[in-house]
Design a protein around this ligand. Sequence first.
Ligand code: 3PG
Ligand code: MG
Length: 411
Amino acid sequence: MSYRCLDQAHMAGARALVRVDFNLPMKDGEVTDDTRLRAALPTIEALRAGGARIILLSHFDRPKGRPNPAMSLAAIVPALEKLLARPVAFASDCIGAAADAAVAALGPGDVLLMENVRFHPGEEADDPAFVQALADNGDFYVNDAFSTAHRAHASTEGLAHRLPAFAGEAMRRELDALEAALGSPTHPVLGVVGGSKVSTKLDLLNNLTRKLDALAIGGGMANTFLFANGVDVAESYCEKDLADTAREIMATAQAAGCELLLPLDVVVAERLEAGAPASVRNLDAIRPGERILDAGPRTVARLNAAMDAARTLIWNGPLGVFETPPFDKGTNAAARHAARLTKARKLIAVAGGGDTVAALHHAGAADDFTFVSTAGGAFLEWMEGKTLPGVAALQDQAAGLVSFAERANSE
Ligand code: 3PG
Ligand code: MG
């Protein structure tokens, strides 16, 4: 994977347009999880050290191309100022007079946050005129938002074709980790895919079975596979209409030499409630009225043994209903085993997407993983083997497909 990083940028005095992802969880005007703010700090610090004028661009929520005070990025400024321990200026619009004036007031090392780029319809449309209006305020572009790289929008894709473009520090770390996990990994590579729905993860399962040496399926989606194999899953969540699809995935895996690890035993209860009486069942012993809510101990032991044999692990989705103890046991045990192996440098463990981060934090395992992505949709699309427009644009430019020198000379 070839793209240019910040050490190749001429920064001193230059205006850096930096795409970050400040689409943060907020409640009552307060940031409830500042992971994505922290993720942007290394890039901001590197640009400050290099004397750049730093202009941050982000979306927040989905305002659908219209200004919406409830989705203003102004609410993020205090949290960012606190983390940076310095003032952050704010521009009430990301283009036009307000933006121009705020940029003109910046000195080297100063930081400015622009208002939500999605207040303009040109953002999601990747409209050339909007791209140009954004580009007018920058000398170079930095994309530090892997989590929005699956969107071909003006600030995530268009700008990379208009200005000299660089991957920020968080983007670089993310791409390095993904490359190590799925691009050119050390084999054997084991995948863990959980979560409830097979239907939302078809592309992902099909791509992974072609690339991995073994793939463990957990969570509600495993029930659909068990059902397709003739197991009576009683009242369990199950997409019965996808039984044929599940059989096709099993056949693809076999043809590709990917060993599928389906549950050997399960934890059941009659109700999904915290502390509900739970039992371990063999697959042929699930009783009427019971629901599968977690992986059983033999399943977890075999998964842990597969981790012992693997050199690389890629994980998306919990093994059970981890939000409702005791159905967090399987996920906790497997996640902690992965963390131990990673800490002992026996395993490269990369995780991401949706609930996964929360599940690994719940298990106390996230900090020991090699890399935990903060991306949701972008991580899934990358696991599906799709091209992410925001990443592709950085690569195109590094490959010389876009020449600024030529463009600058002709302007
Ligand atoms: C996310 O939160 O996953 C990213 O910021 C992308 O947001 P979007 O799904 O609204 O494009
Ligand atoms: Mg999203």
